[in-house]
Design a protein. Structure first.
Length: 547
């Protein structure tokens, strides 16, 4: 799979399920129920004057010998081109003028030919955003975003009805072939939606899914027209337009994104994938994804994202809503590979996303898995609200930063039902002059009897200029709850590298061996093909971080 995944922002944090066999990584010194650590490297006064970066350097093929054969093949494919996804092309597109006004909101509604209730939804979001201010409580440092200097809709020109890839713009077809994501190639085991700037340009296997299993998979724009009652029932119910500043902005201007509905007693026969690509300069992307798993259903969803390298920042402010009914399960995985900007801190994507899942029914389960390697600044907290009794929430994350990147990410696990369980396993890797922050909330409400949570938050520093912070927030209002939190900080230094050098292993291979061992229990939650891609990206992003 040659895509790369992205996901949500702050406003609700997400958690994960607890199991009696929850593993605690070797080397943890504390076994107490509560153990908090907040760790910073030595202060550097000018570390964040430049924001973002990491233009990935290529690895030599010989440096991948410690990977498995599958990982090695994936790494070689990725390394055939330097910054494979960082180029752009002039595509004949329809682009509206810059600026955010009620007129622009109405124009987007009109372009998408939406029903009146969608205009009402959009205007509520717009007017709510006017009442709010951008939040400033994160550790991320960046200049104020000028919302009037952003284009909120840009879409390639296509025929009125896009029934097949053959009808797509030939320039687009060629463009995606160069990206390594051929639109014409169909995988019988994967249904895919390809989103380019503000529009879905191709969807595969959606008709087969609906005819054979009743699964609905299409773009949000199409779902609003074809399944208005279903969309209206769930849209904004997990993440409302008033949830936070960027959620309000998204409600006003969102376009594209995917809609998935799994009917009762159905296991989705295909994995579902959405590829997001930002191409137009000075244009934001504001997709909205809505996944509904009805009673006793199951679905695996993957998202990937890439963008060109520009010298100015671009805003990505998406919303993801997951609704999980009785005994249903949603597995949501992301590889986030937005442009990070150059090595001098210019350009890159501001990735401010709100992601939240609701375990509405008894014995429902939601799992978030994310690998965050891209974007200049990441601000997101995939979360789970455990409303149904015996429901489970999981959060597995690796956040890797280099140069001037900043990542403030984490999760929220809100326990409302009885016998609910959550697991959080977060790993961060900070190199160069970058900074990572884990921010997590575990909340057990008064009526949530016998709630269980296990949280582990580990940070790894590479070099002397990086920083890592951990901010756990644990709120328990019931005596029957059992909450465990552990945190650790480690560093790749000269002593560790010397150990490998004595065995004939160079610095880059040594670094990869340490990093992959460190985050292996998160990556193992990804399917093999995506896990191999995630390893290759981590290796590529951290090249020359040591030595």
């Amino acid at each position: 799979m040659a895509s790369l995944i992205t996901n949500g922002v702050f406003s609700s944090f997400s958690s994960q399920p607890f199991s009696e066999n929850t593993k605690i990584s070797k080397g943890s010194s504390s076994k107490s129920a509560f153990c908090y650590k907040t760790t910073k490297s030595k202060p550097h006064n000018h570390r964040f004057l430049k924001l973002r970066a990491i233009q990935s350097d290529t690895l030599t093929e010989g440096n991948s010998s410690h990977l498995s054969s599958t990982d090695d093949d994936t790494l070689k494919k990725i390394l055939k081109r330097d910054n494979k996804w960082g180029f752009s092309k002039d595509i004949d597109s329809f682009t509206i003028r810059k600026g955010l006004t009620e007129e622009i909101v109405r124009l987007i509604w009109s372009i998408n030919n939406e029903p009146d209730w969608m205009l009402e939804f959009r205007l509520k979001g717009y007017h709510q955003s006017r009442k709010m201010s951008p939040p400033k409580w994160s550790d991320n440092v960046f200049p104020e975003i000028d919302l009037q200097n952003i284009c909120y809709y840009s879409a390639p020109k296509v025929k009125p009805t896009l029934n097949s890839v053959d009808e797509a713009n030939p320039e687009l077809v060629k463009y995606y072939e160069e990206l390594g994501i051929p639109l014409s190639k169909k995988d019988p085991l994967v249904a895919k939606d390809t989103v380019f700037d503000s529009a879905s340009i191709a969807t595969t296997n959606s008709k087969i899914l609906e005819e054979q299993s009743g699964v609905i998979f299409c773009s949000m724009s199409e779902a609003i027209k074809r399944y208005p009652d279903l969309v209206r029932k769930y849209l904004g119910k997990v993440v409302s337009y008033a949830d936070n500043y960027y959620a309000a902005l998204n409600a006003a201007v969102f376009t594209a994104g995917s809609f998935v509905y799994i009917p009762k007693d159905t296991k989705c026969p295909m994995k579902i994938l959405t590829d997001f690509r930002i191409n137009a300069k000075e244009t934001g992307q504001f997709e909205r994804t809505l996944i509904v798993a009805d009673d006793r259903s199951f679905v695996e969803y993957f998202e990937g994202c890439t963008s060109p390298s520009y010298d100015k920042n671009q805003l990505h402010a998406a919303v993801v809503e997951l609704h999980c009914n009785e005994e249903a399960e949603i597995k949501y995985s992301t590889i986030q590979n937005w442009d990070t900007g150059d090595e001098n801190g210019k350009g890159g994507i501001y990735n401010f996303v709100t992601k939240r899942g609701l375990c509405a029914g008894r014995k429902s389960k939601i799992s978030w898995t994310q690998v965050e390697t891209g974007s200049a600044i990441t601000w997101k907290y995939p979360s789970v609200v455990l409303k149904g009794d015996d429901s489970v929430g999981e959060f597995y994350s690796v956040a890797s930063t280099n140069n001037f990147q900043q990542a403030d990410t984490g999760t929220k696990m809100i326990h409302k039902g009885n016998n609910t369980k959550s697991v959080i396993n977060s790993k961060s890797i900070s190199a160069g002059k970058s900074r990572t922050t884990y921010r997590g909330l575990v909340q057990v409400q008064s009526r949530a009897d016998n709630a269980r949570n296990s949280s582990q938050c580990d940070s790894m520093l590479i070099g002397d200029m990086s920083a890592a912070n951990t901010y756990p927030d644990i709120q328990v209002k019931g005596s029957s709850a059992r909450i465990e939190h552990e945190a650790s900080t480690s560093k790749i230094g000269e002593e560790e590298l010397f150990y490998f050098q004595q065995r004939g292993i160079d610095n880059e291979r040594a670094r990869d061996a340490i990093v992959f061992g460190y985050c292996g229990d998160v990556l193992e939650n990804l399917p093999d093909e995506i896990g191999a891609e995630a390893k290759a990206l981590l290796s590529l992003r951290l090249t020359k971080a040591v030595g």
